[in-house]
Design a protein around this ligand. Structure first.
Ligand code: FRU
Length: 481
């Protein structure tokens, strides 16, 4: 690597995805809605574009799209770095952290304090609705003397009237569940795993409830894998099952939450009434430290609405679709009807993202290409005849030197016998997020165009596709909160 000053890359700054103004970001942390404000925290190096000095960066929004960045909420400490974790509103002051005169309940965060050869869970809190933060006691609230033990995800479990925390034993490929009456004292409930993909270490667990189409509640356990993901390398797997307040029991096999290369460390938002959303880091540990953007490095995915539906095998699958607020950014609209005789070429504007929604008849073969003066920047192919979706991202220029970046990412389409398919593509300056089959399939990939993308080419080789395309206004900063 040369030590020359890096050249800024404004053309790769996403328009509708969160990036810090400058420096490194990885996992989203402490995602919590407090009143009307969404608080986003994230693994952040406030001093550089490497994974170092780990701290919780902080940004707020009222629509999950327009973010205002604030001072670092939890700066890395002398004793330990601040690794990933979660936050909750302690409505009933179980923690006793609410003081006389406080206008609202405390917001409490659990994070991993990471030393050189140990990790344990610590508490931090806010007494002003998440705006400013204080470290809790100097001692950890959950410590098992382990070298690797991290990423606490906490939620209130009504039926058993306790806080439940999911924490990972990375080397053991296990998710350990704990219970607490007050967020300070934690006792072991059970341990899940190894299961599903267990070739690489596990990270960032989450456990949450979702209703199926009949309204019956089920539980989803998600955990990330460091190796063996759907495209090799890092990935996110989930299990659907039951949780009785102590033990999670899966009722089906592990599935991939996302078939792209760039979806990791997703956690659900806490305190979002009537909806369940999550946000992930849109990158991969395979090459995150080598991405060529400047002065920032890393981005988050759009928030995705989560649901449960029966997949083609009749089992319950997780569904993900882009947050509904995205519709507020829609600008120009274009109806589309594609047949083998009528392809379409649409202009792309550098200050707009793009939202494409298509409904494909059975057996359709559709290609979508993003092109610039430098050639193909991204090529997508949905082949209903063979049941596959492929996204090809070339790696030219500086990206050619980044191992694992270039390639073709293939996913099985969630097709029912003789059925068609709906497809949604949200395209930003350096991000492609793809959803199919009502969100049964998601695929998230970064891409870094050689030249500014100018055209979107849509064609069907067989079959038919109808739908629409919208340009999306860039979210910019403000109005955050
Ligand atoms: C996942 C992860 C977590 C850890 C954090 C450190 O990407 O490795 O397990 O807490 O990032 O930044």
């Amino acid at each position: 690597m040369s030590s020359a000053t890096p050249v800024p890359t404004p053309a790769w700054r996403p328009l509708i995805h969160f990036t810090p103004r400058q420096h490194w970001i990885n996992d989203p942390n402490g995602l919590v809605q407090v009143g009307k404000v969404y608080h986003l925290f994230y693994q952040h190096n406030p001093q550089g574009t490497e994974h170092a000095n780990m701290s919780w960066g902080h940004a707020t929004s009222r629509d999950l799209l327009r973010w205002q960045e604030h001072d670092v909420a939890l700066p890395g400490r002398e004793a330990h770095a601040i690794f990933s974790g979660s936050a909750v509103v302690d409505t009933h002051n179980t923690s006793g952290l609410r003081q006389r005169g406080d206008a609202s309940p405390p917001v409490v965060a659990l994070y991993t304090g990471a030393g050189h050869s140990w990790q344990a869970q610590y508490l931090a809190y806010s007494r002003d609705d998440g705006e400013t933060w204080h470290f809790g006691p100097d001692h950890p609230v959950l410590d098992e003397g382990r070298a690797d033990f991290r990423d606490p995800k906490v939620f209130w479990h009504g039926p058993s009237e306790q806080w439940v925390g999911a924490v990972v034993y990375p080397d053991e490929r296990q998710v350990a569940l704990y219970g607490s009456p007050n967020l300070h004292v934690w006792t072991s409930l059970s341990v899940f795993g190894p299961a599903g993909e267990a070739g690489g270490i596990w990270e960032v667990p989450d456990l949450f409830a979702l209703p199926d189409e009949t309204g019956r509640e089920h539980w989803v356990l998600k955990v990330d894998v460091f190796a063996g993901g759907p495209q090799g390398g890092t990935g996110a797997q989930y299990f659907v099952g039951d949780f009785d307040g102590a033990v999670f029991t899966p009722h089906g096999p592990a599935r991939w939450a996302d078939y792209g290369k760039d979806f990791y460390a997703a956690i659900t938002w806490s305190g979002t009434p009537g909806r369940c959303l999550w946000t992930a880091w849109q990158s991969s540990w395979d090459y995150a430290t080598r991405l060529p953007t400047h002065p920032w490095r890393g981005a988050l995915t759009l928030a995705r609405e989560l649901g449960l539906r029966r997949g083609p095998d009749g089992e319950l699958w997780l569904t993900q679709v882009p947050l509904r607020e995205l519709e507020n950014l829609r600008d120009h609209h274009l109806p589309l009807h594609l047949t083998p005789d009528t392809p379409a070429t649409l202009p792309l504007a550098p200050d707009h993202a793009f939202d494409l929604s298509l409904s494909l008849t059975p057996q359709t073969v559709l290609t979508v290409r993003v092109t610039s003066a430098a050639g193909d920047e991204l090529a997508l192919r949905a082949d209903l005849a063979h049941g596959t979706l492929t996204l090809e991202r070339p790696a030219r220029g500086t990206l050619a030197e980044v191992p694992g970046f270039g390639g073709t990412h293939t996913a099985p389409l969630p097709l029912t016998q003789g059925g068609g398919l709906d497809l949604r593509l949200v395209l930003d300056t350096s991000s492609a997020e793809l959803f199919a089959g009502g969100g049964l399939l998601a695929l998230s990939d970064l891409y870094f165009p050689e030249a500014v993308p100018e055209l979107l080419h849509l064609a069907v080789e067989s079959g038919e596709a109808t739908g629409q395309a919208w340009t999306l206004r860039g979210a910019g900063g403000e109005p955050g909160a």
